[in-house]
Design a protein around this ligand. Structure first.
Ligand SMILES: [Zn+2]
Length: 302
């Protein structure tokens, strides 16, 4: 299947199944569809002109494009690992309207997707936060019926890069709108955050890899089992339209660092045939790079 034959972007959360499952060696990968948000298309594609990007993901009348909130549940022989967790349920109506968030569920669509895949929040052993932006770590915690903020995964240890933790608390004017303390401070206060530095294996076959610089300490997750490799890219390559090297988000704090990270990681992905998993693509959950093309060219998989 070529990129042009990719499925149509979801226009509402209900357009996507709650989850999709496939195997990777001895692992089972569950793509959990935690809902949709809508962000400015220009900001999502940086220096790429609109006539090019709107062919890939058309914009609404406010120039916003639909983006998935696709989290990854990894079932390994050793642990149940959740990578990222969407927006959560703590934001008010105005916030949800601005960002076009659609993630209703019990308490959010993420938990519904988790149950649909056969698990409960208390089954999760490890939560990996690729970074602490509200659309990635918002589901770390939830607001209960009495208004109290609780941990969404009561048994889990939560893992994030220490540098990302510090960056989230630096609160500089360019980035602070993305960091909402109720998404991560309660995890720390409960003593459940593990702050790590650099690349590290979290459980056998599940490895955090430092992939700057959407944020300086952004991480992706590399999965390996029985010779098969997959990579959850998070905001390094947010959609299946972003593999070309200069297609970099305007949100990135150091886009030229992102460029070099993409060159290195996607080069390996192409040579070694990795399965690439896209957190925000509204149609394509995963795919591989065409080994015959020098320029990163995605071949989507169902
Ligand atoms: Zn982000």
């Amino acid at each position: 299947m070529s990129v042009r034959e990719a499925p149509r972007p979801a226009q509402s959360a209900a357009d996507s199944p709650l989850h999709r499952t496939r195997t990777l060696g001895r692992f089972r990968l569950h793509a959990l569809e935690a809902g949709l948000q809508r962000l400015d298309g220009g900001a999502m594609f940086g220096v790429v002109p609109k006539p090019l990007w709107e062919k890939r993901i058309p914009a609404d009348e406010r120039n916003r494009i639909p983006l998935a909130l696709r989290c990854l549940l990894v079932e390994t022989p050793d642990a149940l690992v959740l990578v990222d967790n969407g927006v959560g349920n703590k934001e008010d109506a105005k916030f949800r309207e601005i960002y076009g968030v659609e993630n209703d569920g019990s308490p959010t669509r993420l938990e519904d997707a988790l149950r649909d895949a056969g698990f409960a929040p208390e089954d999760v052993d490890v939560v990996i936060d690729t970074h602490l932006h509200f659309d990635h770590a918002g589901g770390n915690t939830y607001r209960d019926a009495d208004g109290a903020i609780r941990l969404s995964f009561p048994r889990a240890r939560y893992v994030v890069q220490e540098g990302e933790w510090e960056w989230a608390h630096s609160r500089n004017e360019r980035v602070r709108a993305s960091y909402l303390p109720h998404n991560f401070d309660p995890v720390h206060e409960a003593g459940r955050f593990e702050l790590v530095s650099g690349d590290r294996e979290v459980v056998p076959g599940v490895r955090e890899v430092h992939t700057p610089a959407h944020t300086p300490h952004h991480q992706s997750v590399l999965l390996a089992s029985e010779g098969e490799v997959a990579c959850y890219l998070a905001d390094l390559v947010p959609t299946a339209a972003h593999p070309p090297l200069p297609w970099i988000m305007g949100y990135d704090v150091e886009p030229l660092v992102t460029l070099e990270t993409k060159r290195r990681l996607l080069g390996r992905a192409r040579e070694e045939g990795w399965l690439l998993i896209f957190e925000h693509d509204p149609a394509v959950p995963w795919g591989r790079l065409d080994p015959a093309q020098e320029r990163p060219t995605l071949v989507p998989e169902p």
